[in-house]
Design a binder for this molecule. Structure first.
Ligand SMILES: [Cu+2]
Length: 152
């Protein structure tokens, strides 16, 4: 029988420094392969593509999958980049405050910029160009929560 004291202690441990990714790596076997997915498919990473819709149709994504962001070299009028927004609220409002730039405006050229989903946590991707204009008006944002690919 689980006593109240036990339950409380477990709850406390759960909240303090529990690392989901470490736990998953310790307790589970990992699959032989992971996928490489070009964000936006043939449309690549462009202004005006609905990436939330793309992610819905092409997800779910799994831990250790690689997302490839392909975009043209920057010009005087247009450039793209890849940012990880801080949280869901930043995602909803395209707020770049506290965001992490993971690829600058040149890194999507050619084979594209590869981002490996290494951590079991939500990822809020967005283009950081145009002072949030690409994110909000250009719909260059999507959400990815990598799932565990169980080995049966
Ligand atoms: Cu952009």
């Amino acid at each position: 029988m689980l006593t109240t004291g036990m339950a409380n202690r477990d709850f406390t441990n759960w909240n303090s420094g529990f690392n989901y990714t470490d736990w998953a790596f310790k307790h589970h076997k990992w699959p032989q392969s992971s996928s490489k997915i070009v964000v936006g498919g043939s449309q690549n990473w462009h202004f005006g593509v609905d990436y939330m819709d793309w992610a819905r149709r092409n997800g779910p994504f799994y831990l250790n999958d690689t997302l490839v962001f392909k975009y043209d070299a920057p010009t005087a009028t247009r450039a793209h980049s890849v940012y990880l927004l801080k949280n869901f609220r930043s995602f909803l409002t395209c707020d770049l405050t506290g965001a992490t730039k993971v690829a600058d405006t040149t890194q999507g050229v050619g084979e594209g910029f590869e981002f490996v989903l290494k951590n079991w946590q939500p990822h809020y991707f967005a283009c950081g160009e145009g002072n949030r204009f690409h994110c909000s008006n250009g719909t260059m944002r999507f959400f990815a929560m990598p799932l565990l690919r169980w080995h049966f």
